[in-house]
Design a protein around this ligand. Structure first.
Ligand code: CP
Length: 315
């Protein structure tokens, strides 16, 4: 693998899931040779708890050096070609990416969308500018439109709890007080299309995902109907793509409660975290044995390990 920005960068996604599961059960300390002498530089333009810590843990387990930089707290970078830099932006992406590439064997970037400039966000502008100007491979630590490390960890978790039959997986929108990116939902459906599952997506009207992600999906606007017989319920809020970045609905009846889970086939609850308790999901579901949210977060480390291992071996 030369970069990791979406499932489309992965030759065999199922094999990557199997690699993560294998790495999870490797003896402690046995993997240090894989990344020995190699360095990952991770740039965070936006906050993170899980991605930051799990990717650092993964890199350390593989014997890598880890450098982290809070890019959001540094001076602002200029990303536009031909810019006259007489404003508040102190450094151009051309120099920044070239310099970081000298320190790094792999570069990780976390960058959220503006939720205002749809075309720019959906070109994954910041991530693509790093890829364009860096000479080291780039991995997404969540970009404007995708969160592939999360989706890989989600698939790993699904495999660990896969029932004997082909599972029904429901991605459901849930309310949230703030406008959130579509990245987790976009990425989840993109990866689940490659998995052996029945995928159903449910959300209020107006929350349709961009065509490149929603094409071919089964959409059910009635949440109760969608949840019927589900083996896995993946809850997530996202803001509208059509009315870009807007909150169209805060209908609390979309929160996942024990009553909602009663429609499922003794289903498991999933969420990428962080989660708003009693807004997205009721305490009684999140604190129940049906919740896999903590296991998903644990699998973030093994997902990152599988990706870093694959890239290290290709360096
Ligand atoms: N799920 C996830 O990406 O969490 P963080 O934002 O804390 O990294």
């Amino acid at each position: 693998m030369k970069q990791f920005t979406s499932v489309h960068d992965v030759a065999n996604p199922k094999a990557l899931v199997e690699s993560a599961l294998k790495l999870k059960h490797a003896p402690v300390g046995s993997l240090k040779g894989i990344g020995a002498g190699k360095t990952i530089v991770m740039l965070f333009f936006n906050p993170s708890l899980r991605t930051r810590l799990s990717t650092e843990k993964a890199a350390l387990e593989l014997g890598m050096y880890v450098i982290e930089y809070n890019a959001g707290q540094g001076w602002q970078l200029e990303f536009e070609d031909g810019a006259v830099m007489d404003g508040d932006k102190a450094e151009h992406i051309r120099e920044a990416a070239a310099v970081i590439s000298q320190y790094a064997d792999i570069i990780g970037i976390r960058t959220f969308p503006t939720l205002a400039a749809r075309e720019r966000d959906y070109s994954d502008f910041v991530l693509r500018q790093f890829i364009r100007h860096a000479t080291a491979p780039v991995i997404s630590l969540e970009s404007a439109i995708r969160h592939p490390l999360q989706s890989l960890a989600d698939w790993v978790t699904l495999e660990e709890y896969r029932p004997a039959h082909r599972p029904k997986v429901v991605l459901t929108w849930a309310p949230h007080p703030r406008a959130l990116p579509q990245a987790v939902a976009n990425s989840f459906v993109e990866w689940m299309k490659m998995a052996d599952v029945e995928l159903v997506v449910t959300h209020p009207k107006g929350y349709e995902l961009a065509n490149e992600f929603s094409s071919g999906l089964a959409i059910e606007y009635n949440q109760d109907k969608a949840l019927a017989g589900a083996d896995f319920v993946y809850a997530k809020n996202w803001s509208s793509y059509r009315e870009y970045g807007q909150i169209l609905n805060q209908d609390i009846s979309w929160m996942i409660t024990p009553e909602k889970m009663a429609h499922t086939n003794n289903g498991k609850f999933m969420h990428c975290l962080p989660v708003r308790r009693n807004v997205i999901v009721a305490d009684a579901v999140l604190d129940s044995p049906a919740s896999l949210a903590i296991q998903q977060a644990n699998n973030r480390a093994y997902a990152a390990m599988a990706v870093l291992k694959d890239i290290c071996e290709a360096l």
